[in-house]
Design a protein around this ligand. Structure first.
Ligand SMILES: Cc1cc2nc3c(=O)[nH]c(=O)nc-3n(C[C@H](O)[C@H](O)[C@H](O)COP(=O)(O)O)c2cc1C
Length: 330
C-alpha cells in the first residue's frame, strides 16, 4: 500500500473508522457490494448506493458486502426521492442488520437525522449549499459531504466545490468531505488545502472493474473531458421533482427525443424496463439503447484516463498526492 502523507491523516479517519480519507459515492445501481467492498478493503470508506431499492436487495447487498469485507460500510438513501413507506422499510432493514452509517442526500430530512441519531447511528449528509449545510448540522449530522456543481449525477447546488468549501468549512463544527471535480491526487490536495478532511468520489470509481455500470458507460467516462459533460433537467422520470443532473451528451440531451412519447422503453436492466428520460443510468446487465440512458458523469472525468480496479484507482490518487507534495517540498 502507498504511504499516507501526514496531511491526509485527519480526524475524519477516526470518525469513519477507515485508513484513508477516500469515500465511495453512493451511486444508485453502480455502487453495489463488489465496489463498496473493494473500496473498503483498499482502506477507504465503502458506501452502497441503495436509492429506491426494495428492502430485499438492500438486505442481500449488505450481507454480500460483509462476506467480502470487514471494513466500514454506509448505506446511501435519498429520503425526498423515495416513497415514505419504502424509505421507512429501508431504514428498518438497515437498522435490523446493524448498519452504523448512513449517507443521505437532497432535501435535508431533519426528522430522519434526529431519528437515526436517537438510534445511535452515524449520519453523513451530502449538501450543495450553505442553507442545507446549516440545517443538516443543526439537526445533528456527524459529517457533511459538500457537493459542488462539477459533480456527476444529481447536482444539488449551483456553486463549484472549490468556492463552496472555503465558505462552508469555517462555519462548520463537524468534518467536511468534498465531492465534485476530484478524481486525482492534485484535486484531492486542492480540496484538503481548502479545509476538506476527505473526498467522496463517484466518477473516478464508476470507471473501475468492480462498478456495476454498463461497460459502454465506463468507456464513455474514460474518453470524456470535463467539457463533454452537461448540466440538464432532461432526466426526470422516477424523481420527485425536475432536478438537475450532470451527464455526458447523448441523443436525449441533443433533443432528438423532444417530440417522442414519454412511454418509450429504451431497454431493460435488473429485470425492469428503462423508460425514456429515466433517472436510472445503464447498469452492467442493461440491454437496448444504452447510450440514450442517463450517462451520469462529473467534470472530474477529465482526470480519469483508463479503467482499472478500485484499489488501483486509490493507489494512483495517493501516488499523485505524494508526487505533488515532493514537487512542493523537494
Ligand atoms: C453514476 C452516478 C450516480 C450517482 N447516484 C447517486 C445516488 O444514488 N445518491 C447520491 O447521494 N449521490 C449520487 N451521485 C452523486 C455522488 O454522490 C457525488 O456527489 C458525485 O459523484 C461527485 O462527483 P464526481 O462524480 O465527479 O466524483 C451519483 C453520481 C454518479 C456519477
Amino acid at each position: 500500500m502507498v504511504t499516507l502523507p501526514r496531511l491526509l491523516k485527519t480526524p475524519l479517519l477516526h470518525t469513519l473508522g477507515c485508513e484513508l480519507p477516500i469515500m465511495l459515492a453512493g451511486m444508485g445501481g453502480v455502487s453495489r457490494h463488489q465496489l463498496a467492498a473493494a473500496v473498503s478493503n483498499a482502506g477507504g470508506f465503502g458506501v452502497l448506493g441503495m436509492v429506491r431499492e426494495p428492502v430485499e436487495r438492500i438486505r442481500q447487498e449488505i450481507i454480500a458486502f460483509r462476506q467480502l469485507s470487514d471494513g466500514p460500510l454506509a448505506v446511501n438513501l435519498i429520503p425526498a426521492a423515495t416513497d415514505r413507506h419504502l424509505l421507512m422499510d429501508q431504514i428498518a432493514t438497515c437498522l435490523s442488520l446493524k448498519v452504523h452509517s448512513f449517507v443521505l442526500f437532497w432535501q435535508v430530512d431533519t426528522a430522519l437525522i434526529r431519528f437515526l441519531k436517537k438510534e445511535g447511528r452515524q449520519v453523513i449528509y451530502q449538501v450543495g449549499n450553505q442553507g442545507d449545510a446549516d440545517l443538516a448540522q443543526s439537526a445533528g449530522a456527524d459529517v457533511l459531504i459538500v457537493q459542488g456543481h462539477e459533480a456527476g449525477g444529481h447536482v444539488r447546488g449551483s456553486t463549484s466545490t472549490f468556492t463552496l468549501l472555503p465558505q462552508i468549512v469555517p462555519n462548520c463544527d463537524i468534518p467536511v468531505v468534498a465531492a465534485g471535480g476530484i478524481a486525482s491526487g492534485d484535486a484531492l490536495l486542492a480540496a484538503f488545502t481548502l479545509g476538506a478532511q476527505g473526498v467522496s468520489l463517484g466518477t473516478a470509481f464508476l470507471a473501475t472493474h468492480e462498478a456495476n455500470a454498463h461497460p459502454h458507460h465506463k468507456q464513455r467516462v474514460v474518453r470524456a473531458n470535463a467539457d463533454d459533460t452537461l448540466y440538464t433537467t432532461r432526466f426526470t422520470r422516477n424523481w420527485h421533482e425536475p432536478a438537475p443532473v450532470r451527464v455526458l451528451a447523448n441523443a436525449v440531451t441533443r433533443g432528438e427525443y423532444n417530440n417522442a412519447p414519454r412511454d418509450i422503453i429504451l431497454g431493460e436492466q435488473d429485470g425492469q424496463p428503462v423508460y425514456l428520460f429515466s433517472t436510472d443510468s445503464p447498469l452492467a446487465d442493461a440491454t437496448g439503447k444504452v447510450d440514450d440512458m442517463a450517462l451520469y458523469c462529473g467534470q472530474s472525468c477529465g482526470q480519469v484516463h483508463q479503467q482499472c480496479s478500485a484499489a488501483e484507482r486509490i493507489d494512483q490518487i495517493l501516488n499523485d498526492v505524494n508526487r505533488c507534495l515532493k514537487q512542493q517540498h523537494p
